[in-house]
Write a protein that binds this ligand. Structure first.
Ligand SMILES: NC(=O)c1ccc[n+]([C@@H]2O[C@H](COP(=O)([O-])OP(=O)(O)OC[C@H]3O[C@@H](n4cnc5c(N)ncnc54)[C@H](O)[C@@H]3O)[C@@H](O)[C@H]2O)c1
Length: 267
């Protein structure tokens, strides 16, 4: 069944990891997808990804922390597609450090990408999404990728924890705001557990550098062992939750947090 036939989705941080898996799933369900990420359209990785994904995949460069980028992308999506049904605010960055050692620059970098990036996306896409949402049964849908780290804290992750907690509550606040104003845009957060992506691998490499582990693979195995299901996730296991929230199957779901973590936060 093509749940997203005729729909247009925009995904940030779309060239790899969870973002790319979400793109592939949204395309498979019938949507046209605007991939956005940092590289220029002519970059080798962009050309390779678009070549593989086919004609329903489009690309626009977007640094989510830059307001001017969002203004340009929102205008371009309106001009190219005339609608925006789904915004997947996925782009994210990490910081692993003892709180006493986090530089203010690193703190601001994490907040700029993880929190400002979501705020600016919703701010500049809301008008087009509201128009679009009026024409579909389930309304338009913002899906923000938070984390289990937006629900519980862990050591040496205070900047990331803070940013992902902000994502979670921003979604609830805006979900209520839109619902009470009868704006047909649902807003929900997804909370993945540990997922095999470059972000996690680089985070683990940082732990190894700081003497907090012997190797990336050993740390990954440890994360899997700490998860009730006994393993970490693949990006393709997060994408179906995103597609559900994007679809009319979630027409009464707003302000919710969808945890996809192999049981990690149930402990
Ligand atoms: N991997 C995990 O274990 C895990 C767990 C929970 C949540 N998450 C969240 O999932 C999301 C995706 O992470 P991932 O694991 O796929 O990581 P990843 O590093 O594989 O992909 C992140 C993408 O975001 C892009 N990006 C970074 N900064 C950007 C910016 N300023 N503007 C635009 N794009 C930018 C990168 O270019 C990259 O394509 C992030 O929000 C992350 O915090 C990841």
């Amino acid at each position: 069944m093509q749940r997203l036939e005729g729909r247009v989705a925009l995904v940030t941080g779309a060239l790899r990891g969870i973002g790319l898996a979400a793109v592939e799933r949204l395309l498979a369900e019938g949507a046209s997808v605007v991939l956005t990420d940092l590289p220029d359209p002519g970059a080798t990785e962009v050309v390779a990804v678009l070549g593989r994904l086919g004609p329903s995949a489009h690309y626009l460069p977007l640094n989510v922390a830059q307001e001017a980028d969002w203004q340009a992308v929102a205008a371009q999506v309106r001009a190219d597609h005339g609608r925006l049904d789904v915004l997947v605010a996925n782009a994210g960055t990490d910081c692993t450090s003892r709180v006493e050692e986090i530089s203010l620059a690193d703190w601001h970098r994490v907040m700029a990408v993880n929190v400002d990036g979501l705020f600016l996306g919703v701010k500049h896409c809301a008008a087009l999404m509201e128009e679009t949402g009026r024409a579909t049964r389930g309304g338009a849908s913002v899906i923000a990728i938070s984390s289990i780290m937006g629900i519980v804290g862990i050591a040496d992750a205070s900047a990331y924890n803070t940013s992902k907690g902000a994502v979670r509550l921003f979604c609830k606040a805006v979900a209520i705001e839109f619902a009470q104003k009868r704006m047909p845009i649902r807003v929900n957060s997804v909370h993945p557990g540990f997922v095999r992506t470059r972000l996690l691998e680089e985070g683990m490499a940082g732990w190894v550098e700081k003497g907090m582990g012997t190797s990336v693979e050993a740390l990954m195995e440890g994360l899997g062992a700490s998860t009730p299901m006994g393993r970490i996730a693949e990006p393709e296991e997060i994408a179906p939750a995103i597609a559900f929230l994007a679809s009319d199957d979630a027409s009464y779901v707003t302000g919710a947090e969808l945890v996809v973590d192999g049981g990690w936060t149930a402990q």
